[in-house]
Ligand binder design. Structure first.
Ligand code: SF4
Ligand code: FES
Length: 236
C-alpha cells in the first residue's frame, strides 16, 4: 500500500503555515495514520534533510487522545484511523483548528482543562461515587478535543465546555449529595446548558463512545428543571 501524506506544517506558533508531502509505503494491512507518521518522522531524522513532523502521541491505543488531528477534513485520532480505510493515495493531515497551533500537528488544548477548572469539575477526596461503574464513566473522556472541534458553539479560546465538560459534570450531578447540588447545577448551566445549541454535531465523533443525547436529557432534567430523581447512570 502506498500513501502520500499531505501535511499542513508550521515551524512554530508565529510562523506561516505551508504544505509538505511525504511518501509512505507499507506491506502491513493494519497500519494507521499514526504508524505512517512515526515512520516518516524517523526517516526525516535519519536523512537529516527535513525537520521531523511534530505530532503528539502516547498510548497508540485510542486511550489518551493525544493524536487528535484533522484527517482528510474530518477530526479523528491518528492511531484509530486505518490507512486501508482511506480511499485513494493522498491523505491530508492538518492540526485541529479550534486550538492554537504549537508546531505542525501539535496544538495547545490547555483551554479544555482551564474550562473544567473554572466549572469546578473535580471530585473531592472524600467523594462517594455510587459504584465503580459510575467512577469509570465519569473519567472516560480522553480530553482529545474532537467534540469541541466539530461544535458550532465552541470558538477558539471559548469558555463553553462542550461534551468534554458534559460527561464529568453529568456524573457529578448524578452523585451530588443534596447539599452540593446547587453548586453543581450552577456550573452545569453556566458551562454546558447555556452554551449548547443542541446541534448534536458531536454525537458521532467521540472516540470514547460517550453518548451525548442520554447525558444531555438526564442532566438538563436534573440541573436545569430540578428533576433530580430522573438522573441515572449509563453514558455509553
Ligand atoms: S467527550 Fe469524547 S470527543 Fe470530547 S474530548 Fe472527551 S473523548 Fe474527546
Ligand atoms: S496516541 Fe493515544 S489516542 Fe492516539
Amino acid at each position: 500500500m502506498k500513501k502520500s501524506l499531505h501535511i499542513l506544517r508550521r515551524e512554530n506558533a508565529k510562523s506561516s503555515p505551508y504544505w509538505e508531502d511525504f511518501l509512505y509505503e507499507t506491506q502491513e494491512e493494519n497500519d494507521t495514520v499514526a504508524t505512517a507518521l512515526r515512520a516518516i518522522a524517523g526517516a526525516a531524522q535519519k536523512e537529516g534533510d527535513r525537520r521531523p513532523v511534530a505530532w503528539e502521541s502516547s498510548c497508540l491505543q485510542k486511550r489518551c487522545g493525544a493524536c487528535a488531528m484533522v484527517i482528510n477534513g474530518k477530526p479523528a485520532l491518528a492511531c484509530d484511523t486505518f490507512l486501508k480505510e482511506i480511499p485513494g493515495e493522498k491523505i491530508t493531515l492538518e492540526p485541529l483548528r479550534k486550538f492554537p497551533v504549537v508546531e505542525d500537528l501539535v496544538v495547545d488544548r490547555s483551554i479544555m482543562m482551564e474550562n473544567l477548572k473554572a466549572l469546578s469539575v473535580w471530585l473531592n477526596e472524600d467523594a462517594q461515587l455510587h459504584s465503580e461503574e459510575m467512577a469509570f464513566e465519569a473519567s472516560v473522556c480522553l480530553q482529545c478535543g474532537l467534540c469541541l472541534e466539530v461544535c458550532p458553539n465552541f470558538a477558539p479560546g471559548g469558555s463553553f465546555g462542550g461534551m468534554a465538560a458534559m460527561n464529568p459534570l453529568a456524573h457529578l450531578i448524578a452523585n451530588s449529595p443534596r447539599e452540593g447540588r446547587k453548586a453543581v447545577a450552577k456550573s452545569y448551566r453556566r458551562g454546558v446548558f447555556n452554551g449548547c445549541g443542541k446541534s448534536l454535531a458531536c454525537r458521532n465523533i467521540c472516540p470514547a463512545g460517550i453518548r451525548i443525547e442520554g447525558l444531555l436529557v438526564k442532566s438538563n432534567a436534573a440541573a436545569v428543571w430540578g428533576r433530580w430523581g430522573q438522573i441515572g447512570k449509563g453514558s455509553r
